[in-house]
Design a binder for this molecule. Structure first.
Ligand SMILES: Cc1cc2nc3c(=O)[nH]c(=O)nc-3n(C[C@H](O)[C@H](O)[C@H](O)COP(=O)(O)O)c2cc1C
Length: 505
């Protein structure tokens, strides 16, 4: 049974470096531990468990994999694989699907092998890169934005906000557009189309005026693109009315979308900026201009990491920095909100939503699908982990769809929309859900008590055995304790319906 959260937490294997040509694989005669560990990392532990043979070869093994590790002894490979055998595999109810038919879907009428595309960025900027991504299993690529501008990038051009394990949680870039000429990019499209006819090429373009939006769309179609994505949203090209400035002005979105539509016959998507309070005005303008779909989100304007000695934020380019675009897993909640906003807007009915912003795992992707995303695009996770993440994206989603009895990914699109409200006013407020403490996994750290005392309602005390005891009269059911518990040993428990007294008139 697929859990709402992983049984094995990423924290259990945080020291795994997710190596290329992993030494643990070379040391093991029976398994390829690196692929299994990667599946655990990317929330596809059930897929990993189902790929294992019946017998656990690790049981009588003295773990040469752990000694061969680039961090010898720091990654509990044997214990993790033992948990896949002992805890995850017995709970799996569905066998691994035999094919990927359930993943087939479409983007504005164009058939996709699966919903996963590279989003427009450095990860899809050359023939070789796209070819390797296609071979790895991506359904297509939205190519790095093509323009006639002369692009000279700054160095360095990225910075990262890290999580407590050292991984990249948020990512800032000050990169602009493709630095190949239009002609060079068109040649790449032709070669990709010839070699990979079943893969999809979305051509991201940025024009400087109506005529150029039209010319670029036409050229992309003539050279093999399956769809055009209009970049109205690059925060690093905002001067002179380009980039995200266009996405903030619905009249320009409508005008330039109409220009692109007039010039080509393939589907046109408008890629919109999250640097607005609501995406609907620009999305509705794109629809008026004839757009077939919306792609969102592009990156969020941001400043990261001010150096405390030089006083310059990152990335520092010869002593100066600039506001740049934020992406990666940290932006997912913001991206989900924009996708849901558009999916719930009746004025946008019928538009394809190509969703992106922080997708790393199949669970991330599924959240976008449940909120209306018809296809999924990815950049930052690929920059961090490589094209290989497609294996767990596809297998995890396929397994979920199979277990839920869906015959295709399209059946899941938008299923989360009815239960999502734009404001909190719509929510029932009379039920209190108390926390349930799982004593077998509690280690007695007292973090729940601290959080409740200083950030809650002073409803938890620790007993002599350092285990939490709840004062039901004080508890308001906020669940801060469950969120801070490092053991995940607190879950929703008993409910109490406390009808509010009627206000006196
Ligand atoms: C280094 C970098 C370069 C990017 N270049 C472009 C671009 O040329 N055109 C574009 O439309 N979006 C560009 N993006 C935005 C991504 O396509 C995507 O919208 C955004 O990063 C959110 O997805 P993610 O969290 O999966 O990265 C770029 C993003 C990054 C990180």
């Amino acid at each position: 049974m697929l859990q709402n959260e992983s049984v094995i937490l990423r924290g259990d294997m945080i020291r795994c470096a997710l190596c290329k040509d992993a030494p643990c694989d070379a040391a093991c005669e029976k398994l390829k531990p690196s692929g299994l560990l990667r599946s655990v990392w990317f929330d596809n532990e059930q897929g990993a468990a189902l790929r294992l043979s019946e017998d656990n070869p690790c049981r009588d093994c003295d773990a040469p994999c752990e000694r061969a590790c680039v961090r010898p002894g720091e990654v509990p490979v044997r214990r993790l694989l033992g948990r896949l055998y002992g805890e995850v595999r017995p709970m799996a109810e569905t066998p691994l699907p035999q094919n990927e038919d359930r993943l087939k879907c479409d983007l504005c009428g164009i058939a996709l092998e699966n919903p996963f595309l590279l989003s427009s960025s450095v990860v899809a900027s050359t023939y070789d890169m796209c070819a390797r991504a296609f071979e790895a299993g991506w359904a297509g690529a939205c190519f790095k934005t093509v323009s006639s501008l002369d692009i000279h990038e700054a160095s360095p051009r990225f910075s990262a906000v890290r999580d407590s394990g050292g991984g990249i949680m948020g990512f800032k870039n000050i990169e602009q557009l493709s630095d190949h000429s239009v002609a060079e990019n068109m040649e790449i499209f032709r070669r990709l189309k010839a070699k990979y006819p079943s893969k999809r090429i979305l051509a991201s373009i940025m024009g400087q005026n109506e005529a150029e939006w039209g010319t670029l769309s036409r050229l992309c179609e003539e050279n093999g693109a399956d769809a055009v994505e209009l970049n109205f949203s690059c925060p690093n090209m905002a001067e002179g009315g380009l980039g995200s400035d266009i996405g903030q002005v619905p009249e320009l979105v409508e005008r330039f979308t109409a220009a692109a539509k007039r010039a080509c016959h393939i589907p046109v998507l408008a890629k919109l900026t999250p640097n607005v309070a609501s995406m609907s005005p620009a999305a509705e303008a794109a629809k008026r201009g004839g757009a077939d779909g919306i792609a969102a989100i592009n990156t969020i304007k941001s400043v990261t990491t001010v150096n405390l000695h030089t006083f310059v934020s990152a990335p520092a380019v010869r002593g100066h920095s600039a506001v740049g675009g934020y992406s990666g897993n940290a932006v997912k909640p913001i991206a989900l909100r924009f996708i849901a906003e558009m999916a719930q807007n009746p004025a946008l009915a019928g538009l394809h939503l190509s969703a992106m912003g922080g997708v790393e795992t199949w669970r991330d992707a599924l959240e976008f699908i449940l909120l209306g995303g018809g296809s999924i695009q990815v950049t930052t996770a690929v920059m961090q982990y490589g094209y290989r993440i497609i294996e767990d994206l596809k297998q995890g989603l396929n397994l979920y769809l199979s277990e839920k009895g869906f015959s295709g990914v399209g059946e899941a699109v938008g299923l989360g929309l009815d239960a999502l409200h734009a404001t909190t006013d719509a929510l029932e407020r009379d039920t209190v859900v108390f926390p349930r403490f799982h004593r077998e996994s509690c280690v007695g750290c007292g973090r729940c008590e601290i959080a409740c005392a200083d950030g809650g309602h002073q409803a938890i005390r620790l007993n002599e055995a350092r285990r939490p005891v709840l004062d039901g009269k004080r508890c308001v059911g906020c669940h801060l304790c469950a969120l801070v518990c490092p053991q995940r040993a607190i879950t929703p428990g008993r409910k109490r319906v406390a009808l509010r007294s009627q206000p006196s008139i």
